[in-house]
Ligand binder design. Sequence first.
Ligand SMILES: [Mg+2]
Length: 269
Amino acid sequence: MILPSLPLIVLTDLDGTLLDHDNYDYRAAMPALACLRQFHIPCIFNSSKTFDEMLPLRESMNNHDPFVSENGGAVFIPKEGSAVFHSEMTGSSYNSILNVLQLLREQGFRFRGFHDMSDQEVADITGLKPEEATLARRRHASEPIIWEDDELRLSEFLSILSCHNLRMLKGGRFIHVMGSNDKSEAVTFFRDYYQTLWDQEIRVIALGDGDNDLAMLESADYPIVIPGKNNTLKPENPATRFAEKPGPAGWNDTLLALLNDLTKEVNRG
Ligand SMILES: [Mg+2]
């Protein structure tokens, strides 16, 4: 094991943060990514995507660090020298979510989830290619559903979910049914993990642009807000830095400036 030059870890959202919102390009972030690698600072992807959606992305970006899928629901740590991952559930398991949804269906609520749809149906609704829909349908910790019932029954549905320790996150087309986890779970998990592994106090940098990133940013030591498509997040931490540019360009500039400042601090100390 190689210790990092600075006792830091980075957790980052993908879409609209490290990846360009429209074309998923990340090239503008390559200087900062190279810097992290040089310093042996882990860059942990923390996304709402599934394990199977994140694998090819990590590979194309030559990232070998742990990662987190489905909004903090499941954590994956690569086992050194193999293609195998150690996984931990921080949320509710997919099976337990499907069981509760089945109960709700039997109580007369009308909805359809990814589990009920074919790859083609998911592709048609999401605009994903069929092979991408296959990856999106392999889930560990959340179920996207389409509500087909009266809007008024949704609050009753939510109450029953919370009896089973589940919650819902409203997305564009889908309602995501998931455990009580959010992306901040990963901050707590990896702070402990690396503090134990490196046997020293560590600091967490987090980068995000969307509402589902706010909890992650709030629990980090150094939050970096990437301007969002519709609004810009405002974490309460006074150490928060706000990127000027959206997507990977903002990711790069703000992270490099922070690393620079932290390096100076260490050299001075
Ligand atoms: Mg995002």
